[in-house]
Design a protein around this ligand. Structure first.
Ligand SMILES: [Zn+2]
Length: 394
């Protein structure tokens, strides 16, 4: 060991699927890498899992915890896909978690990760954004499927609201659960308890939710907001009444009073939203369109847009189906992330484009700045003249 290298503590993350041989080849390669980089190996996590099912999240959670507790500062892996096999996004999420825990990742196969520190922050924010966008899209698709089923009069499957059970597509009241629903409504509306207090109170009195668990504040919130108890699920499926209109409006009145107590829901920013139209340069907006398909459209298409006011024309750029265009974007992004060279080249190109735009902008506003400077000079002149008494002050 080279004495001039500072020794840091490292963990090894070894992972093979059951089809593969032993962990030994990975271990010896990673130990050699540790030696080369001056790490002292203090912990080894070894995981053998089936190629298809194996989740290793428990071990990963343990790794994060040990790292946070200061047992090591680096974790060495054979390759990124040993960290997670659920896809690029999931892997990159794990990178983010390691980052948050202050653990440095060294991948035997992906040494470029080390050199990436300058764009890492950016990479991680891109990932977080793509992940959120992906999950919004997923729930959009789930909703569309459910709307379709309930449009045909069927309970769309999945858990029915608390208080009901699903009997061949028909919602049937579950008496014990229905009594708990009534109790929750009454605690909130009549006894003016907060949702957190209701949670504690139900637990104290021994009332339990499904599966005998404690009612969580979030399920109480859901129950108080579920319109099904009035007799009809929002998707149109009829349900036995559990809460009468009077009780419901009592709850709604209190909710309005307490609105300021709830944090605002964060709004999704769709990927192409706010970009500039290639035809007219106006901003691109999103039309979530209620039950219709989401589309992107150029603001310049509208009569009240700046573009129309300036030119008297409306933009001819067509509306685009959001799903189609996002699918394409996502697949390009995923490809780019798999190949770091492409990713960095793309990033470089984007940065130089921005720099060019910035310069263009500078030339655009050049005359304006001169004008402002000239105005300033005049103001100073006027001020001087006034203090010398040549101009009476107003
Ligand atoms: Zn346009």
């Amino acid at each position: 060991m080279n004495a001039s290298k500072t020794e840091s503590r490292a963990a090894l993350w070894l992972c093979v699927s059951t089809g593969e041989q032993s962990l030994d080849p990975q271990e010896s390669a990673l130990r050699a890498l540790a030696e080369e980089q001056g790490h002292c190996v203090v912990t080894v996590y070894g995981i053998k899992r089936s190629a298809w099912s194996g989740s290793q999240d428990d071990e990963f959670v343990q790794l994060l915890k040990d790292g946070k507790d200061g047992h090591f500062t680096h974790v060495l892996v054979w390759s990124l896909d040993r960290l997670d096999r659920q896809g690029v996004l999931s892997t990159l999420k794990k990178l983010e978690q390691l980052d948050d825990a202050g653990i440095n990742l060294v991948s035997y196969q992906e040494r470029w990760l080390d050199q990436l520190s300058s764009v890492r922050g950016l990479l991680i924010s891109v990932i977080a954004w793509v992940a959120q966008w992906e999950s919004e899209r997923r729930s959009e698709r789930v909703k569309a499927r459910k709307d379709d089923l309930s449009g045909r009069g069927l309970w769309p499957g999945g858990k029915p609201p608390y208080g009901y059970t699903n009997e061949e597509g028909v919602l049937v009241k579950v008496d014990e659960e229905a009594r708990n629903v009534e109790l929750i409504y009454s605690m909130y509306a009549d006894q003016a308890m907060g949702q957190r207090r209701i949670e504690d109170e139900l637990w104290r009195r021994g009332f339990k939710g499904r599966k005998g668990r404690r009612f969580h504040k979030n399920s109480i919130h859901r129950i108080l907001n579920d319109p099904t108890y009035l007799g009809e699920h929002p998707n149109g499926v009829k349900a036995p009444i559990i809460v009468d209109k009077e009780m419901k409006s009592g709850v709604e009145a209190r909710m309005r009073e307490n609105r300021h107590l709830r944090p605002a829901k964060s709004k999704t920013v769709w990927p192409l939203q706010g970009m500039k139209c290639g035809v007219c340069g106006s901003r691109i907006s999103v039309d979530s369109g209620g039950s219709r398909r989401r589309t992107y459209y150029c603001r310049g298409r509208q009569k009240d847009s700046g573009y129309h006011m300036r030119t008297g024309k409306t933009c001819t750029a067509p509306r685009l189906s959001a799903n189609d265009i996002e699918d394409r974007l996502l697949s390009e992004l995923t490809t780019a992330m798999r190949s770091p060279e492409t990713f960095i080249t793309t990033l470089d190109a984007a940065i130089s484009r921005l720099e060019a735009q910035e310069q263009e902008l500078a030339t655009d506003i050049g005359p304006l700045i001169e004008e402002i400077e000239e105005l300033n000079r005049q103001l100073i002149e006027i001020d001087r003249a006034r203090t010398k008494g040549r101009i009476p002050s107003a």
